[in-house]
Design a protein around this ligand. Structure first.
Ligand SMILES: Cc1ncc(COP(=O)(O)O)c(C=O)c1O
Length: 412
């Protein structure tokens, strides 16, 4: 850090993987599976332009001014109705409009986490969430996932171990549906068990539903916030279903919680984009968002199918990957022989030799060891066109096969 007298919180914030990912995706010659970026083809750009013009015309100059910190009332009401539709009876006062999903988590962390407080997360977990929690100097404890997502038995064990040492975690953060990075979805039974444990240990649960609306197949289990509206803070975003550049998300929680978070938001950004909120309100209430979701789902489903087929064709024997029923990601675990090679160390070669980018497994774990991260990686199939997905996975698989062979030969 040179001679600059930065705050100690910066010590825990590793190099920003998010910034690296966005940068990689910008290089036109790289096939990037790195960022969780929506398909640009899915944006309803003409509807967007029309709504933007209509908002300026109908609402006038007010939309270019500041708005209320908790959000524009019309949008809060629309979002409350949306929450109700998905099983959580909600009034507008229980909604806080935020500047995207990650800013919502930032507000929650600001309101709840003192330095050293324990926060439980899945292992692996969404890396920007880890980044936020580190910035508040949380003591992040990972709860292992198995092939069905967060393992309630492991959560039970972790909670009991912590209790035995007199430590009580404050928050549990999880992405129960189409998880980032694994793509896995928690069953209803597991959801109920997680909530039971949360009640037993007086744990506040933060449910992040960023991908929930993008389901390709299968039945949606109930949202955590529908099963326990009192205990759960529900975070959501318009980044994946409208557009990331809107920078709008929301959270739904008990009013007392929303009020505390509004205080925090006053020191974050005062209010989210007023004009954008009006556009979002109309996007949602006039059925445009639903149309976009309907058009986007088949695009993502097809990309997933092509991605998984190419993995099956090319990856070294013994490699396993998840089959998501929605969302943007598949999570790959290479065979044990790969551990010494390390997906993080291999990434520069993947970019330089194959023109392909991914995110290495380690980035998604709070702790540096005790997990399979070195032989894991996340692929986002959401962004690239079908041919590029197939080509990118073929190149990547070839690189993994070659490096594995090299390692075996070197080991002889
Ligand atoms: C799990 C999860 N939550 C939240 C977000 C938030 O996105 P944004 O801040 O762009 O709304 C993302 C984006 O990648 C995500 O994967």
């Amino acid at each position: 850090m040179g001679g600059e007298r930065f705050a100690t919180r910066l010590d825990g914030m590793r190099r920003s993987d998010v910034a690296t990912i966005l940068k990689l995706a910008e290089q036109p010659d790289v096939l990037s599976f790195a960022g969780g970026l929506p398909a640009p083809e899915s944006f309803l750009i003409e509807d967007y332009a029309e709504l933007e013009a209509a908002v300026l015309r109908d609402q006038g100059r007010a939309v270019l001014g500041y708005g209320p910190s908790a959000g524009v009332s019309a949008l809060r009401e629309t979002l409350a109705a949306r929450m109700e539709h998905f099983g959580r009876p909600t009034v507008a006062d229980e909604i806080l409009v935020t500047t995207g999903g990650i800013a919502a988590l930032d507000l929650v962390a600001k309101a709840y986490v003192d330095a050293g407080d324990i926060v439980l997360v899945g292992a692996p977990s969404y890396l920007a969430a880890l980044h936020v929690l580190r910035s508040y100097q949380a003591d992040i404890v990972g709860v292992p996932l198995d092939d069905q997502g967060l393992d309630p038995d492991a959560l039970d064990t972790t909670l009991r171990e912590l209790r035995a040492t007199g430590r009580a975690p404050k928050l549990l953060y999880l992405v129960p549906t189409f998880q980032n990075p694994t793509g896995l979805t928690l069953s209803e039974t597991r959801r109920r068990r997680v909530l039971e444990l949360a009640r037993e240990h007086e744990l506040r649960v933060v449910e992040d539903s960023a991908y929930e609306d993008l389901r390709f197949e299968g039945e949606a289990p109930p949202r955590l916030c529908a099963l326990d509206p009192e205990r759960v803070i529900h975070i959501n975003t318009l980044s994946k279903i409208v557009a990331p550049s809107l920078r709008l998300g929301w959270l739904a929680a008990r009013r007392e919680i929303v009020d505390a978070l509004v205080l925090c938001k006053q020191g974050q950004d005062q209010c989210s984009t007023t004009a954008g909120q009006w556009v979002a309100h109309r996007f949602l209430s006039e059925g445009v968002a639903e149309r976009q979701i309907e058009a986007a789902v088949p695009i993502y489903r097809e990309r997933r199918d092509v991605c998984l087929a190419a993995l099956a064709e090319g990856m070294p024997e013994g490699t396993v990957w998840t089959r998501p029923e929605g969302g943007f990601y598949t999570w790959i675990t290479l065979p044990p022989a790969f551990a010494a090679l390390d997906t993080e160390a291999l990434l520069p070669r993947a970019v330089a030799e194959q023109g392909v980018a991914y995110v290495a497994g380690n980035a998604f774990y709070a702790a540096p060891d005790g997990h399979a991260g070195p032989r894991q990686l996340r692929l986002a199939y959401s962004y690239l066109g079908l041919d590029q997905v197939a080509l990118g996975v073929r190149r990547l698989a070839a690189l993994f096969r070659v490096t594995l062979d090299e390692a075996r030969e070197g080991g002889r």
